[in-house]
Design a protein around this ligand. Structure first.
Ligand SMILES: [Zn+2]
Length: 154
């Protein structure tokens, strides 16, 4: 698996994020891949669309992928570094690799994942950085709601 393959996987997640943006939602998309390069499922944050705070990009992709016997050889690809909730999902199911479009706007649980031995690849993709930065600037209240910032003032 080389960097170009990871970038191609990120395109799937980015397409989901853009769909979410067009729906009026939070533009975070994700895809769960097998290490053989096949996509198992993809999804996007649908907090706004479904009124459901548990549907993050990663959890949506995870659910769309259905049951898997093992997650060690799967790759969670997401446009933005995963939050604690989604980082917990990665650890709970033993997903071996996490590829993130960016961690500039939100670092999430990346260090925690690395400490647990998860392989983390940060593509620092300008498209993801720009999209998220612009969206956060335009929707600060919704962003804080999504990351649970009201629980952690300051
Ligand atoms: Zn999340």
């Amino acid at each position: 698996m080389d960097i170009d393959q990871y970038r191609a996987m990120l395109d799937t997640a980015l397409e989901e994020a853009r769909t979410g943006l067009a729906e009026g939602g939070i533009p975070i998309g994700a895809a769960l891949y097998h290490a053989d390069g096949s996509v198992l499922g993809s999804g996007r944050n649908r907090r706004v669309q479904e009124g459901d705070p548990s549907i993050h990009g990663e959890t949506d992709a995870f659910r769309k992928a259905g049951r898997q016997a093992s997650y060690r050889d799967t790759i969670m690809v997401t446009t933005l570094a995963p939050c604690w909730y989604c980082s917990g999902l990665v650890r709970q199911f033993g997903i071996g690799t996490v590829v993130v479009g960016e961690s500039v706007n939100f670092a999430g649980g990346l260090d925690w994942l690395r400490e647990a031995g998860v392989r983390v690849i940060d593509l620092a993709d300008e498209r993801c950085i720009d999209m998220m930065r612009d969206w956060i600037a335009a929707n600060p209240a919704l962003w804080n709601e999504d990351i649970g910032e009201e629980c952690h003032p300051g």
